[in-house]
Ligand binder design. Sequence first.
Ligand SMILES: [Zn+2]
Ligand SMILES: [Zn+2]
Length: 78
Amino acid sequence: MAQANISVTESQFRCPICLEVLNDPVSIPCGHTYCMRCINKYWDQVDATSQFSCPQCRDAFSPRPVLRRNTVPPEQHC
Ligand SMILES: [Zn+2]
Ligand SMILES: [Zn+2]
């Protein structure tokens, strides 16, 4: 039985580079999210002397930001 398995939540988190659902999502300092693989590949093509920029908002970062996994923090609100 084949059924489309894309939830509304998932479809909101597509990677602007590969246009797939985010795989290993990481946030960069501007707040945009990409696949770890995609943003690494994107920045690997950047000249070492230029800044690393967000493909979406063009915010530039230097040095290359450390990518951290996008983890959802446990809800602490009352
Ligand atoms: Zn991607
Ligand atoms: Zn951005």
